[in-house]
Design a binder for this molecule. Structure first.
Ligand SMILES: Cc1cc2nc3c(=O)[nH]c(=O)nc-3n(C[C@H](O)[C@H](O)[C@H](O)COP(=O)(O)O)c2cc1C
Length: 170
């Protein structure tokens, strides 16, 4: 198959939309990450920056926008929980990508270890202790040590070029 090659572009403020679109070619899964804020209220957001880092010790990472309402909670609270979404959970991804909405009133969840909200439904779950906050431009990279994990299996939700997708067949 032949594809047309775009010109080489250097990152700049003018090209940030193009950079974002080009980064969007990297297909990812979708997670909802939860914690509690300083008042003890549940906080959570959709994130596709989640990735594995190390098996021994067990480390994962994700990055959070410094403008997000949950920024203070995630960079202050010692623990967070990562929920890998299933293909039939697009609505959960959209809910947790919203701002100023009651996210936890609309889904089933319970209190997990260290009081961190745990969603009842997901493909995989990782309970983490925040190991490090790493400066990352307009985001902060959160490195987490996995303390507990479990999986329910199921088809994953996939995000690619700004759209939800299904996995191609075997
Ligand atoms: C598929 C998808 C992936 C996202 N990934 C991230 C991410 O990795 N980091 C981030 O800071 N925001 C990410 N967002 C945006 C946040 O979910 C969104 O800004 C949300 O409103 C943040 O919630 P808050 O402002 O209530 O904390 C993503 C949104 C979508 C739809």
């Amino acid at each position: 198959m032949t594809t047309e090659r775009s010109p080489i572009i250097t990152p700049s403020a003018q090209q940030s939309r193009l950079l974002r679109d080009t980064l969007g070619h990297f297909a990812t899964g979708v997670t909802v990450i939860t914690t509690r804020d300083a008042e003890g209220q549940p906080a959570g957001m959709t994130a596709n920056s989640f990735n594995s880092v190390s098996l021994d010790p067990a480390l994962v990472l994700w990055s959070i926008d410094k403008q997000s309402l949950g920024y203070e909670a995630f960079t202050t609270r010692e623990h967070f929980a990562v929920h890998v979404l299933r293909a039939d959970q697009q609505h959960v991804s959209n809910l947790f990508a919203g701002r100023g909405v009651d996210k936890f009133g609309q889904i089933h969840w319970s209190e997990g270890p260290n009081g961190i909200p745990r969603l009842d439904e997901c493909a995989a779950y990782f309970h983490c202790r925040r190991a490090q906050c790493i400066e990352g431009g307009d985001h902060t990279i959160l490195l987490g040590e996995v303390l507990e994990f479990s999986t329910n299996g199921g088809e994953p939700l996939v995000f690619h070029r700004g759209r939800y997708r299904a996995l191609a067949g075997e």
